[in-house]
Design a binder for this molecule. Structure first.
Ligand code: HH2
Length: 287
C-alpha cells in the first residue's frame, strides 16, 4: 500500500458579522478593527473561510442601506483577504462586487440571486434557499413537501449557475430561513438527498433558534450563548451526512469535529486504513 494520504475534512466557514444587530454576535465585531482581529483569531482556530456580512438576516431585521453595508464590509474583507479565503454574505450585487474587488472569492448569497455576479467575476457562489424576506419569512412558513421543494429549487438554481459559467457552486438548505423547527429538522434528516445532487453542500445551524427551542426545558429556549452543544451536534450530523462545509460561530470546536469527520467519513476499508495511517503520521509529526 502507498504511504499515508491526506484525508480531506469538511470545511469550516467562520461567521463574522460586522453588524450591530445580528442575532448572536450583533455588535461584538461592529468596529472594523475588532472584526479583523476576530477574523484573524478564527484563522488561528482553523477556519478555512471567513464569511463577512454587513446586514443581519435574522427574522425582522431592518434592511441596511447600500452605502452603510459597503462601509461595514469592504475594509474588513480587504484586511482579511491576504490572510484567509473570504466570502461575502450579501444579497446586494454592488456589495458583492466591491468585496470581490478587494479580495473576496466566494459570494454567500442567501437570496440565491447573484449567480451572474459570480459568473462575471470568476468567483464561487453559494445558493441558499429562503422563503420570503427577513421581514416576513417566519410568519407561518408552509410547504407541501419541504425537502422536495428546497432540493428542486436549489438544484435548478445551481444547474443554471453552472451553465452560466460559475465553476464553484454550493447549495445550502437555509436552516431557519422561512422554516419552522419541524421543517429544519426534516431538512437536516434528508441532507443525504441534497448531497446526492452532486453539488457541494453548505449547512448553517450555528446557534439558531430551533436549537434553543429544542435544547432548553419546555417553554424556556436555551439562550443564544448556551447553544454550543446543539450547534456542534447539528454541524457534526450535517458533516456525517456528507455536507462539505459548515458555517459556524464556534470555529475551534467545529474544526475539531470536522477533523474527526474526515477520517470517519472514509467509507471503504482502504480509505479507513489510509485514514488511520494519516492520523498516526500527523501524531508522529507533532511528537
Ligand atoms: N445563516 C445566516 C446568515 N447567512 N448563509 C448561509 N449560506 N447559510 C446560513 O444558514 C446563513 C447564512 C444567519 O446567521 P447569522 O449570520 O449568524 O445571523 P444574522 O443574519 O443575524 O447576521
Amino acid at each position: 500500500m502507498s504511504g499515508p494520504t491526506a484525508i480531506e475534512r469538511p470545511l469550516v466557514m467562520g461567521i463574522l458579522n460586522v453588524t450591530p444587530d445580528s442575532f448572536s454576535d450583533g455588535g461584538e465585531w461592529f468596529e472594523a478593527e475588532r472584526a479583523v482581529a476576530r477574523g484573524r483569531e478564527m484563522v488561528a482556530e482553523g477556519a478555512d473561510i471567513v464569511d463577512v456580512g454587513g446586514e443581519s438576516t435574522r427574522p425582522g431585521a431592518t434592511p441596511v442601506p447600500l452605502e452603510e453595508e459597503l462601509r461595514r464590509v469592504v475594509p474588513v474583507v480587504e484586511a482579511l483577504a491576504g490572510v484567509v479565503r473570504v466570502s461575502v454574505d450579501t444579497t446586494k450585487s454592488q456589495v458583492a462586487e466591491a468585496a470581490i474587488r478587494v479580495g473576496a472569492t466566494l459570494v454567500n448569497d442567501v437570496s440565491a440571486s447573484l449567480s451572474t455576479v459570480a459568473a462575471e467575476h470568476g468567483v464561487g457562489w453559494v445558493a441558499m434557499h429562503s422563503k420570503g424576506t427577513p421581514a416576513d419569512m417566519q410568519r407561518a412558513p408552509s410547504y407541501d413537501d419541504v425537502v422536495g421543494e428546497v432540493t428542486s429549487y436549489l438544484c435548478e438554481r445551481a444547474a443554471n449557475a453552472r451553465a452560466a459559467g460559475v465553476a464553484e457552486v454550493w447549495v445550502d438548505p437555509g436552516i431557519g430561513f422561512g422554516k419552522t423547527g419541524a421543517h429544519n429538522l426534516a431538512l437536516l434528516a434528508a441532507l443525504p438527498e441534497l448531497v446526492a445532487s452532486g453539488f457541494p453542500v453548505l449547512v448553517g445551524t450555528s446557534r439558531k433558534s430551533f436549537l434553543g427551542a429544542l435544547c432548553g426545558p419546555p417553554g424556556h429556549p436555551a439562550p443564544v450563548h448556551e447553544r454550543l452543544a446543539g450547534s456542534l451536534a447539528s454541524a457534526t450530523w450535517a458533516m456525517a451526512c456528507g455536507a462539505s462545509m459548515v458555517r459556524v460561530h464556534d470555529v475551534a470546536a467545529s474544526v475539531q469535529a470536522a477533523t474527526l469527520l474526515g477520517p470517519t467519513r472514509a467509507v471503504t476499508t482502504v480509505q479507513a486504513a489510509q485514514a488511520v495511517q494519516a492520523a498516526q503520521a500527523a501524531q508522529a509529526a507533532q511528537a
